[in-house]
Design a protein. Sequence first.
Length: 300
Amino acid sequence: MTMQTGPLVPASTPFGRCKSSLAFRLRSHPLYRGYRTKLRRQSQSSFLWRLRAWLVRHPMVIDKSWNGLYLRLYPGENTCDFMITMDAPHDAPDQIGLAAESLATGGAYVDIGANVGLFVLLARQEMPSGAPIIAIEPHPRTLEKLRCNLAFNEANDVQVVAAAVGDTEGTAKLWSVAEENAGQNSILRELADDDAAAVEVPLRPLTAILAEAGVTRIAALKIDVEGFECAALLPFFEQADRTLYPRYVMIEIAHAHLWPQDLIGYLQGLGYAVAMRNETDVHLMLDAARAPETRTGAVA
């Protein structure tokens, strides 16, 4: 299995140039009509897989407006791009909506595993002007897509960090897990096939990233790093001053069975309360009334 490859449309290509003909071509495909029928019947799996396999073999790029954002989509390379292209429901607006009250407080928004920027751009809509936004993404190709979407939305205030988050400064191998979804790339070798390709990426502690960015208060933090959540977050919570703890935390739990310890339980022990839980995600809110004694740490 190879990493996603092929030329990317440069951000200098104006928004809208990659839209009409390719979108029409996709929607004219018989698999698309089958997808829409199956979607209404709620038994869409085989059509989705066939259509996504077709898109991997026939790459296309589509510019689309979505939820007030301007996005350049690669539906054969990323699940979120595919869903938006197909007008299928995506949970990002609802998830950010749950964090909106915290985002409005003026602290930073930190996105670990920012992918192509959906959560970053939606969070930005809920934040006061000038509030810090840190988008952390290690995959080089996805990073280019992220920068392109930020440029289309004039999000010059977003600080982009090209790295994975871990417990030390160094490098790590990022493995290709699913050819049709770069969002599943993972540092965990066990998630990838034996013949999977990998790219070496910088590895940095979250405390160091935040110190360099000048972040002193975090309104909300989202993390989606395909099973590497403990390695990314535990060192931060063990070292940082409590004043830096995020008010609101969004964690993907799809690979929680691979965590070396119960991260959600650990955060609850620090004073977080579960605000939302479903099959793939948990949201937690810092409850000051339940907070243990403040600890000093490495980041001031």
